[in-house]
Write a protein that binds this ligand. Structure first.
Ligand code: NAI
Ligand code: 15L
Length: 267
């Protein structure tokens, strides 16, 4: 079934804006939701202000939707209470609302920081185990498991995208491996809206020459990335990766931040 009525959470954010612009006029209904202002609704759009931590409001938000693109949440490292509220409770509320509303599928914005403590000389796939580099990364790993519960137990197709660095263009050396162009982001979300899967975890990455990720599962489902960060290799610097941990592990600067572990355990 090709979804006609789509809910986009986190629609006021950076990536929400990319999808809002790209999806304008493409669906019977695009319901845009965020906790902050979304401006005026355009043609085919509906705007609903909603806090993801409010279960009743989220249940109402999901009603009548065929598919949900769940981008809403905190996209950086911060304290447990905020992350628990927006990312963990928010994602549970979203899936529970989807179940009650009979939604066919959810595309969940996970993050490469769910696996950021893996070294960057290792090629990971969606089947690689979580190794979060932060409280934030852990919320994404938990989100992937919430997605599995609702896929296998309740029949909601779940497409988890471990997004790399979704930027107009790569702006540092790490991003030569992790970059996801805006165009490829839209293409990957479109795969999530159409493809046949149950619970799939893929990486949100362009066809970068230096990618750390084997994304063959996404390719099998129809993803055809168009961009390669290598085109920008001569322009980017390495100034922001200041420690060995940041340089050698996939999560970059998230890895040394608050690090109090044993380096010899990080094989
Ligand atoms: P963003 O911060 O620009 O957008 C997130 C939106 O979620 C914001 O508009 C915010 O108001 C909303 N939000 C936060 N808490 C909320 C709550 N309790 N209820 C309702 N809305 C709430 O972030 P961005 O960059 O657009 O990221 C979107 C998603 O993709 C996030 O889940 C992020 O973790 C994930 N991601 C993004 C990456 C990137 O390169 N931009 C990389 C990896 C993952
Ligand atoms: C993320 O998960 C963040 O939301 C984004 O701001 C970047 O830090 C990105 O990962 C990245 O790893 O570059």
């Amino acid at each position: 079934m090709i979804p006609k009525r789509i809910l986009l959470t986190g629609a006021a954010g950076l990536l929400g804006g990319v999808l809002r612009r790209s999806f304008a006029g493409q669906f019977q209904l695009l319901r845009l939701s965020d906790i902050v202002s979304l401006g005026e609704a355009g043609e085919g759009e509906e705007i609903v202000t909603c806090d993801l931590a409010d279960a009743a409001a989220v249940e109402a938000l999901c009603k009548g939707m065929d598919a949900i693109i769940h981008l809403g949440g905190i996209p950086y490292e911060t304290g447990w209470p905020e992350l628990l509220r927006s990312n963990i409770i928010g994602t549970i509320n979203l899936y529970e609302g989807a179940r009650r509303a009979g939604v066919d599928r959810v595309i969940f914005a996970s993050s490469n920081h769910a696996t950021g403590m893996h070294p960057n000389d290792r090629t990971l796939s969606g089947e690689s185990p979580a190794r979060p580099d932060s409280r934030y990364g852990l919320t994404k790993a938990i989100g992937e498991d919430v997605a599995a519960l609702y896929a296998y137990k309740h029949g909601i197709r779940s497409f988890c995208i471990r997004i790399g660095s979704c930027l107009p263009k790569p702006d540092n050396k790490r991003a030569l491996s992790t970059w996801l162009s805006h165009g490829d982001f839209v293409r990957l979300v479109q795969v999530g809206l159409k493809a046949d899967y149950v619970h799939e975890i893929v990486y949100g990455v362009s066809k970068n020459t230096r990618s750390w990720w084997d994304n063959s599962a996404a390719y099998r489902l129809g993803y055809e990335p168009q961009d390669d960060a290598e085109v920008y290799a001569a322009e980017v610097g390495d100034i922001e990766l200041k420690t060995d941990l940041a340089r050698n592990y996939q999560g970059g600067n998230f890895v040394p931040d608050e690090f109090s572990g044993r380096k010899e355990w990080l094989d």
